[in-house]
Design a protein around this ligand. Structure first.
Ligand code: SF4
Ligand code: SF4
Length: 366
């Protein structure tokens, strides 16, 4: 078989956070200490070799990079300080970019110099809609966010955003799944798709794989907080649709309505989860690292979404219109940013990891 080293991809891994890649001398300590690695073709040593050679095709379709939960056990024990956990994290970032479409958006999301442009897009879209509908002012009287931007306008903006993100994800997932099928040659298991999917969902909800890590144990709890926060907010959105379109009730809803209670609790769980992730990153920064721009962009956006949402509610209840409406605008911009760029950001790992875990379960690669 011809091996074609791709030096450009090696450089991309290095600049995406895998700068210690070349220190690896392939001793395999990492593959031995990793509690999540299977006995058959264990990771992450083989990924380190492939990364040193820049074997992009092998790496982006490698399900094992998603079986890794970046717990840093291997990084802590690596005798060369090659930080395999971080190198695999960088490969995951490049894999997300590889399967995303259009590629230039993935490139922009990965580089800080494009951040102002990325923020400008949702700001301009929302300002344009406000200007076109004569809502470019602070409404007088009782604070009702629907007076500022009616739900019909919100739907007209956010529905296309959701459809765009879903289509980009769908195209990436189809290509990723097709590439995964090339990974198994002959002696793999062949479990059913639905039982594998159910088993993976249970695994994700309980974080049973994550809990096996040792060096970075706190990461599992923090990650769970973020996951359940998102699930709670998804339920809140579904309830909002139900209240509005089935019951015909408009916001603001009473503070003790199920929608408000679930929404507020979920926001707080998300805030606690993401704060624990930040604390944890600093706690293990000696053994691992505090993460790349790609990680911190996601953390920053989550903070903005949750804090602007909670603050908009507090200032509305306090009757401070001059603060409530601008903060609500920031909230809308941050939600737009989170979902529109989701297929190119760290949020995409929820999708690709789930697909890779289903594949691994089907092929009995555990
Ligand atoms: S990453 Fe470290 S532990 Fe793993 S093979 Fe390379 S040198 Fe050894
Ligand atoms: S970071 Fe953790 S899960 Fe990933 S390869 Fe290293 S030890 Fe295994």
């Amino acid at each position: 078989m011809n091996i074609k080293p791709d030096l450009k991809f090696v450089k991309q891994i290095i600049s995406a956070g895998g700068c210690s890649l070349k220190k690896c001398y392939q001793c395999a300590t990492c593959a031995v200490v990793c509690k999540l690695s299977p006995d058959n073709k264990p990771f992450p040593r083989k990924e380190m070799i492939n990364a040193q050679w820049g074997l992009k095709d092998k790496l982006v379709s490698d399900p094992d990079i998603w079986l890794c939960h970046q717990c840093s056990d291997c990084t802590a024990y690596c005798p060369r300080g090659a930080k395999p956990g971080e190198v695999i994290g960088a490969i995951r970032k490049l894999t997300i970019a590889h399967y995303a479409f259009p590629e230039f958006l993935a490139m922009m999301v990965g580089q800080i110099k494009y951040l102002p442009l990325l923020i400008a897009f949702p700001v301009l879209v929302l300002l344009a809609v406000l200007a076109a509908t004569g809502h470019l002012n602070i409404p007088q009287g009782e604070i009702v966010f629907g007076h500022f931007l009616p739900h019909t306008h919100i739907d007209a903006i956010f529905l296309p955003v959701a459809i765009f993100a879903a289509l980009v994800f769908a195209s990436g997932v189809i290509r990723f799944w097709r590439d995964l099928q090339t990974q198994c040659s002959g002696n793999c298991g062949q479990g059913g798709l639905i039982p594998s999917l159910i088993s993976v969902i249970i695994e994700i909800l309980t974080h049973s794989r994550f809990n096996k890590c040792e060096v970075n144990k706190g990461r599992s709890l923090a990650h769970m907080g973020v996951l359940y926060g998102f699930i709670g907010l998804a339920i809140t959105t579904a309830l909002a649709v139900f209240y509005l379109y089935i019951l015909g009730q408009h916001s603001p809803y009473p503070q003790l309505s199920p929608l408000k209670i679930i929404g507020n609790i979920s926001g707080i769980i998300l805030l606690v989860g993401i704060s624990l992730i930040v604390l944890n990153r600093f706690k293990v920064k000696v053994q691992a690292s505090i993460g790349s721009y790609f990680d911190w962009l996601f953390i920053g956006v989550i903070y903005l979404v949750v804090l602007s949402g909670l603050l908009a509610e507090v200032t509305r209840l306090a009757g401070i219109a001059l603060l409530a409406y601008p903060i609500y605008f920031i909230h809308l911009v941050s939600v737009f940013f989170l979902f529109f760029y989701a297929p190119y950001s760290k949020l995409a790992h929820m999708v690709y990891r789930t697909i890779a875990l289903v594949y691994a379960k089907q092929k009995e690669r555990e």
